[in-house]
Design a protein around this ligand. Structure first.
Ligand SMILES: [Zn+2]
Length: 391
């Protein structure tokens, strides 16, 4: 099986401010015009009715006094159409809070607008006249094993580069399973239970939560300063949290590469209810952020190496006994006990045992004969190898 793997990297850059501003204005104008082509039906639903000639007219309009490469206008229109379509979906599900808005000053650069040769990117700003040249060989953290560079995204201070590679997904020698929680990632790798400590990550989130809370008090007297600080703290929090998760997933991926192991993850679409009733609002939000970010990073890093990732419906993964499929009930603290066979284990460990069995294609029922000794052996390992990883 072949697929295209993508890795995105950021590098700092001196952005052409005039292009960023002009593109921002063009997007605003495009949005205003395109929203005139979003009629309401009687039921209150909306849809986009932008004919080819409307688009052409809009394009010609935006190209008046446009000195930059024409492709930028096409990409601006496309990105606004994408934004409007996203909003329409939300609106029709009654989930849109307000009308769509252009807030971010980012420029999408299609592959027709740049060339890549000998490690150097040459981006067209004004046709045959002005270019933005970026020497990628100066950044040793960028990948070298890629096939092509996909689209670029230019912000006011950064260039985001998408590296693409066609990979052959291998048949793995083994499968590892992962359960992401608020303060740890529990994993079953090569028959061993490993726990990665996320308390440091949790701490980052709490620290910035506190900071934002104190800024909120400021917002009455100095709303502008408060807004600016709020954005600054959110950005820093995200950066630090992402940095942590990058280090953690890179470490895990290195281990899985050595073992030629695929990964079994929970399908997060179904995770909502499990977390909902127990945790407080903030913890629930953080838990979800952890799971989403961890899975996203682990997923693309594994695919880049040709290792497969499987998503399993986590429903009942911590309620069903991995030995006999009996019902588990809360026992003591995080421990769960099987009502049928008496098996007792930490709920996160039960989740990864179940995920691994379900994901590697064997149901506990079908394997009942061989299962008990296998689980028994793993349990000894469980006790002897509770690794706690401190990044
Ligand atoms: Zn049981």
């Amino acid at each position: 099986m072949k697929e295209v793997a993508i890795k995105s990297y950021k590098i700092p850059i001196e952005s052409p401010k005039d292009l960023i501003e002009a593109y921002f204005e063009a997007k605003k104008k495009a949005l205003e015009e395109i929203m005139n082509h979003v009629p309401y039906s009687r039921s209150g639903k909306v849809h986009l009715s932008l004919k080819a000639e409307d688009r052409k007219k809009l394009r010609n309009n935006l190209l008046k006094d446009w000195k930059y490469s024409k492709h930028y206008i096409d990409s601006a229109i496309n990105s606004v159409i994408g934004l409007v379509k996203g909003w329409i979906k939300l609106h029709n599900r009654r989930k849109a809070k307000s009308k769509p808005e252009i807030t971010r000053k980012t420029v999408y650069i299609k592959s027709t607008l740049f060339t890549y040769k000998n490690g150097k990117l040459k981006i067209s700003i004004e046709p045959n006249k002005r270019y933005l040249e970026v020497d990628l060989t100066r950044y040793d953290y960028l990948p070298k094993d890629f096939d092509v560079i996909g689209g670029l995204l230019l912000t006011e201070s950064e260039l985001i580069i998408n590296f693409k590679k066609s990979v052959k997904i291998l048949k793995p020698r083994d499968w590892a399973s992962f359960d992401v929680n608020l303060t740890n990632v529990t994993a079953l790798i090569n028959g061993r239970i490993v726990r990665y400590d996320l308390r440091q990550l949790y701490h980052v989130h709490r620290v910035y939560e506190e900071k934002r809370r104190s800024v909120q008090k400021l917002s009455k007297h100095k709303p502008k300063t408060a807004e600016r600080l709020m954005q600054k703290y959110s950005r820093r929090e995200k950066n630090r949290a992402k940095d942590f998760t990058h280090k953690l997933t890179t470490k895990i991926v290195r281990e899985l590469k050595e073992l030629q192991s695929g990964a079994i993850l929970e399908n997060l679409k179904n995770i909502k209810d499990r977390v909902l009733n127990r945790s407080k609002k903030l913890n629930r939000k953080l838990s979800k952020w952890n799971a989403r970010t961890f899975q996203f990073m682990l997923g693309y890093k594994l695919r880049w190496l040709g290792l497969p990732v499987k998503y399993i419906d986590p429903k009942n993964s911590s309620k069903k006994c991995p030995v006999c499929s009996g019902r588990l009930s809360a026992y003591r603290g995080r421990l769960m006990k099987c009502e049928k066979c008496g098996f007792i284990k930490d709920r996160d460990i039960i989740a990864v045992l179940n995920l691994q069995m379900w994901g590697s294609g064997v149901t506990p029922k079908a394997l009942l004969g061989h299962l008990s000794p296998m689980i028994g052996k793993q349990l000894i390992d469980l006790r002897s190898s509770m690794n706690v990883y401190q990044p």
